[in-house]
Ligand binder design. Structure first.
Ligand code: 5AD
Ligand code: SF4
Length: 479
């Protein structure tokens, strides 16, 4: 058999950034009669790890597979095609995937015809792909984050060829428009506004796995939002690794505040955006968020560390003081804003004093929620080469202490909601009981609500009756 595509990732290529204008490809996705029948009477199973960017990619991958006539199954044992969309951000995400590959190997032994695919951020890592080539040769396809549009051809090749097919592009991708999407929700949608990241924080693998910053054209974003409104969607989440830098790579003068304003004017009921970098969060953005009722008063503002020494080592380009100043401005200008964050403990040589600075920022910002992590060295990033003398035990103690503090404010903030009437987008039956429904406030608080089945997909007024650390309870009120 002729060996099919064999393009492996390269760290050197992944680090490069050129001034070349990114191309917008509108006809890169090819679906023809032959490809559209490949999945007839076959089922696919997709497992998604990681962040919203991956979830959104999986919605496109699912739609492509359904264009090929595959139908979805929630049971891996029933599948003819298994796809793992992976995350590389920390070692534990990586370990989970290799654990899963062990299970899939057993399945493949009993059903040799199943097609097994690995894609997403781990596929962009040289080391991972080398390991798959050496120890997981039985796999069928490895493809990366820049070539999802080629999936039909890759699967077709895999069916005709027993060799492992690898097609991972390391150099920045283009912006590919007109890919299909099968959305998980009928009410809330992810809308990519930009891909990639050029910030190169020293601990982070994303600039290597997702490539150069590439903003989508404003027209394409607005068209997607308007289509969603026509389909009855209530909420959009504008997605990017670093949304505040939106437009900086385009030459038409568009910036994030202007984009937000235009999206607000479409009159979609709710808009939020993730993720922000404190460095380029402008006053104009704060003003736009404050001005429009349909921009949710919810801001996720990753802190990472409260120590100026660590922030510098992380390459974050802001200080504890400038971060606190920004948070204060946000709280002053956006009433009832909900502020959440990401924090890493145990960055190489973080001292007790550095950690105390982080706790100090948490005490001052009183976050509504925080994702907290122990630093995980990622191969080839600058931080992974830094000497680190702090023990894992010490890092775990810090994480626990941080979580206790974060949870204290989580509950304190939630208690402020008691007896208030707030809008909640009802999404589904609550996991607690069949008669309860759950949804989110415009400040992204999870609420279990006593209401009716007919309320699913609607934004209703809810009186909050009880506050817990991670959720609220409430009842529907009329009017
Ligand atoms: N180790 C631990 N946490 C990390 N994050 C990113 N890279 C690492 C790493 N190497 C965290 C950051 C980021 C979030 C998405 O994941 O806090 O904001
Ligand atoms: Fe998302 Fe980053 Fe994980 Fe990739 S590595 S899935 S971009 S969090």
């Amino acid at each position: 058999m002729i060996k099919q595509a064999h393009i492996k990732p390269s760290y050197i290529e992944a680090r490069k950034r050129t001034k070349e204008q990114v191309k917008v490809l509108t006809d890169a996705y090819i679906m023809n009669n032959e490809l559209s029948k490949i999945g007839t009477n076959k089922k696919y199973y997709i497992l998604t790890y990681g962040c919203q960017a991956n979830e959104r990619d999986s919605e496109t991958i699912s739609a492509i597979l359904e264009d090929m006539s595959f139908t979805k199954t929630e049971n891996m044992n029933d599948a003819d095609l298994i796809l793992l969309n992976t995350c590389a951000i920390r070692e534990n995400a990586h370990n989970k995937v290799f654990g899963m590959l062990g299970r899939i190997k057993h399945l493949k032994e009993s059903k040799p015809n199943i097609i097994t695919c690995l894609c997403g951020c781990m596929a962009q890592e040289e080391k991972v792909v080398n390991e798959i080539e050496e120890k997981y040769k039985w796999m069928d396809v490895v493809f990366g984050t820049h070539n999802i549009q080629n999936l039909p051809k890759l699967i077709s090749d895999a069916i005709n060829d027993n060799e492992l097919i690898i097609e991972v592009f390391s150099k920045e991708g283009d912006v590919v428009e007109n890919l299909p999407v099968k959305r998980e929700s009928k009410y809330k949608a992810y809308v990519n506004i930009m891909y990639g990241c050029d910030k190169f924080c020293t601990y982070c693998i994303v600039p290597y796995t997702r490539g150069k910053q590439r903003s989508r054209r404003k027209e394409d974003i607005l068209k997607e939002v308007n289509d969603l409104i026509n389909k009855g969607y209530k909420e959009v989440t504008l997605l990017g690794q670093n949304v505040n830098a939106y437009g900086k790579d385009l030459d038409c003068g568009i910036t994030m505040d202007k984009l937000l304003e235009e999206v607000a004017k479409t009159k979609i009921e709710r808009i939020r955006f993730i993720t922000s970098h404190p460095w380029d969060f402008t006053d104009e953005m704060i003003d736009v968020i404050a001005k429009y009722d349909n921009i949710m008063p919810y801001i996720h503002l990753p802190l990472q560390s409260g120590s100026n020494k660590i922030l510098k080592l992380m390459g974050r380009r802001y200080t504890k003081e400038s971060y606190l100043n920004l948070a204060k401005k946000i709280r002053e200008k956006i009433p009832n804003v909900s502020l959440t964050t990401d924090i890493i403990v145990g960055f190489p040589n973080e001292t007790e004093e550095d950690f105390e600075d982080t706790l100090d920022v948490v005490n001052k910002c009183k976050y509504d929620g925080a994702f907290t992590f122990i630093y995980s060295p990622r191969e080839n990033t600058p931080a992974s080469k830094m000497e680190d003398l702090i023990s894992l035990e010490e890092k775990q103690n810090r994480l626990q202490k941080l979580n206790e503090l974060v949870n204290k404010y989580y509950l304190e903030n939630n208690k402020k909601y008691i007896d208030k009437i707030v809008p909640v987008l009802i999404e589904n039956v609550s996991s607690k009981s069949d008669n309860l429904y759950s949804g989110y406030t415009d400040t992204m608080k999870l609420v279990n609500v006593k209401c009716n089945k007919e309320d699913i997909g609607k934004i209703i007024n809810v009186k909050i009756t009880e506050a817990k650390t991670w959720s609220l309870n409430g009842e529907k009120v009329n009017g």
